[in-house]
Design a protein around this ligand. Structure first.
Ligand SMILES: [Zn+2]
Length: 321
């Protein structure tokens, strides 16, 4: 069994009840299922779609929501200290396997929570954030989102967004381009001094969704030393309208991404607890089935190991050092 790093889940964000925890949980991700799937590190995003907030409160309510989720994450870490620990630096990437514990890596989905306040990025880092997506599906203070509208899709980073990419490089927060506009993606390619990631995106040439990456983008990401986490959502794996994601579709995407960008760009970004539909792999416990299918499809054990953890670790170590 190969331990893995999952670059994206929304589980903690979804936990609204004060006493809800990761032990007795009906969420896709809980401790027992992570143990069964051999999770080494699970990323938990603070998913705060700033565009959903009315303009008048957007400067402070999304940030308060972020702080609320960060508090919940800290509470869970304390409550489950026998099973979980925070991943804050390179030395923590190995720690879990030695102690029989699972690493919790805190991330932001929609860095627009910082508004125009640079010091909030420092504070997010202090609260444990080590990966942050520049946008969700709306325009924010940093950038523009992925869109079927070519005019929006071509827009690049805003000046404040460019400044924050630089600051994330300096702080040691990995830039996440999932959800970003294509124009923004290419700005990050040009501007980021460190490798970056698409935590939960698939191939656009196989599934024509603007959230997925084109072959050109996959190549550029690979050249930068970055990775893309395979998303398990039906919308990013199959043709429009399908409500189920199957292992065979995941394999198809992995084989294509590997052909285009090489096996060094592969990673896992399940999107658990952020996705719905009929999922053949619907919890962490099912991840070993994907490894089995990839092996049957021709991936070597070392390639699967790289996708499961080696590639993601390479990026994290490079950005965090
Ligand atoms: Zn997402």
């Amino acid at each position: 069994m190969i331990p893995y790093i999952d670059l994206h889940s929304d589980t903690i964000t979804m936990m609204h009840c004060p006493m809800e925890n990761l032990e007795r949980s009906r969420r896709m991700v809980n401790i027992e299922r992570m143990r069964r799937g051999y999770t080494q590190v699970q990323c938990f995003s603070a998913y705060v779609p700033t565009g959903h907030y009315p303009e008048a409160v957007r400067r402070f309510l999304p940030w308060r929501r972020f702080c609320f989720i960060a508090d919940k994450k800290d509470w869970l870490l304390k409550r489950h200290s026998d099973a979980l620990f925070p991943v804050l630096g390179t030395e923590d990437l190995e720690r879990g396997s030695k102690a029989g514990k699972i690493g919790v890596l805190f991330t932001i989905e929609d860095a627009g929570v910082i508004g125009r306040c640079e010091s909030r990025l420092d504070e997010a880092y202090r609260r444990g954030v080590r990966i942050a997506s520049l946008t969700w599906n709306h325009e924010n203070t940093l950038a523009f989102p992925n869109s079927r509208d070519a005019f929006v899709m071509e827009k690049g980073l805003k000046p404040f967004g460019a400044k924050m990419v630089e600051k994330m490089n300096e702080l040691g927060i990995v830039v996440d381009v999932s959800h970003l506009s294509d124009g923004g993606f290419w700005d990050v390619v040009r501007m980021s001094k460190k490798p970056f990631v698409a935590t939960h995106s698939n191939s656009r040439s196989l599934t024509g969704h603007p959230r997925n990456l084109t072959d050109e983008m996959i190549r550029a990401l690979a050249e930068k030393g970055g990775v893309m986490g395979l998303n398990f959502a039906p919308a990013f794996l199959t043709e429009d309208g399908k409500r189920e994601s199957r292992i065979e579709d995941m394999v198809r995407h992995v084989l294509h991404i590997r052909k285009v960008g090489g096996s060094g760009v592969l990673a896992i970004g399940s999107d658990f607890d952020g996705i719905t539909g009929n999922l053949e792999i619907g919890t962490p416990a099912g991840i070993p089935r994907l490894a089995h299918a990839l092996k049957k499809a021709g991936l070597s054990v070392s390639e699967i190991e790289a996708m499961w953890q080696g590639n993601a670790r390479r990026v994290l170590e490079e950005v965090w050092k």
